[in-house]
Ligand binder design. Structure first.
Ligand code: AHR
Length: 320
């Protein structure tokens, strides 16, 4: 009798455990995502890609827009920890100052995926993987294009003004570094002014106006760390009675549709691609992590360079 009862009890427990186990396995993955903001056409496309991919994959996305403020991102990450999400992903507005909150996530055993931008934490175990572009290489590509372009007028010194991205952000630091590296050893290419335009059109225009006021007509090249600032600067150049793309050669980064339209209108000379379409890769990696599959520490996005000459042909293929 006792033996029968024990057997029955064990069987009920086993059925309960299996049901609970499969219910757990079928439970949708929950991801907390802290986005930088909505500062550029690139960022809007990035947000869209993440939201669409989550929906397609049946992943519950808790999305928080930080409005370009690190403190908002820290708050969002803490709230994701409190909600016990399965995975936290975020695109850090600046590189430094993340160690404490990342340690809190680790203590809570919640894996963290960095997307688009990196952090400069010494302890690399604070995050599981980083998916995004090689920003230094993007800067080099922009610089190399200019070096080639300058070969057409070898005797001429070209004065360059640089519109930098958000101060302390990985793309601003790396794109500055890569560009400087590529033009080093070419004394006819001189950066005469460099200032942040915070990755926005409005700021790009404002800073370009200041550059034009300070330098007069002594600007030959504009290097903008993103297309939005270049587009803002184009307006400032036109308002100053100059021809963007001709009087001032413009090199920028991202490859958004707006940049292709500017190239087709002859107002921008080249854009170096930086893909915002990270959503599908992010969701796949999140699933792999959750399933305990190994993921690479660094996943680099593949990108190209688009000079004005190919803009019209490429435009119909652009996804952002
Ligand atoms: O981190 C990627 C950069 O951020 C993009 O180049 C820029 O447009 C965005 O705001």
């Amino acid at each position: 009798m006792t033996i029968r009862r024990t057997f029955l009890g064990a069987a009920v427990l086993a059925i309960f455990a299996t049901t609970a186990g499969s219910a757990l396995a079928n439970k949708p993955l929950v991801m907390g995502f802290s986005q930088v903001g909505a500062e550029s056409e690139w960022r809007t496309a990035n947000t869209r890609s993440i939201k669409e991919a989550a929906k397609k994959e049946g992943i519950i996305l808790k999305f928080a827009d930080a409005q370009q403020k690190q403190e908002n991102q820290v708050k969002a990450i803490r709230s994701f920890i409190a909600q016990r999400v399965d995975v936290i992903a975020f695109s850090p507005v600046v590189e430094s100052g993340w160690d404490t909150v990342l340690r809190e996530a680790r203590n809570a055993k919640i894996p963290v995926i960095l997307t688009d931008r990196a952090v400069n934490a010494a302890d690399k175990t604070l995050y599981t993987t980083f998916i995004g572009s090689d920003f230094v290489e993007e800067g080099r590509r922009a610089g190399r294009w200019l070096v080639e372009h300058a070969k057409k007028t070898p005797q001429r010194t070209l004065n360059i003004v640089e519109l930098q991205g958000t101060v302390g952000s990985a793309p601003a630091l790396d794109r500055q570094k890569g560009f400087a590296e590529a033009i080093a050893g070419h004394p006819n290419l001189k950066i005469v002014r460099s200032q942040t335009g915070d990755f926005t059109r409005a700021k790009g225009k404002e800073v370009m106006e200041a550059f034009l006021k300070a330098q007069g007509k002594n600007i030959n090249v504009l290097y903008a760390h993103n297309d939005d600032m270049a587009i803002g600067a184009i307006q400032a150049i036109e308002e100053a009675g100059l021809k963007p793309g001709k009087d001032i050669v413009i090199v920028s980064i991202d490859g958004v549709k707006g940049a292709f339209e500017a190239m087709m209108a002859g107002k921008l000379n080249v854009t170096v691609e930086c893909s915002p379409l990270l959503g599908p890769q992010l969701m796949k990696v999140a699933r792999d992590i959750k399933a305990g599959r190994p993921v690479p520490k660094r996943i680099v996005t593949e990108e190209g360079v688009f000079p004005a000459e190919v803009a019209a042909k490429e435009y119909p293929n652009r996804k952002y």
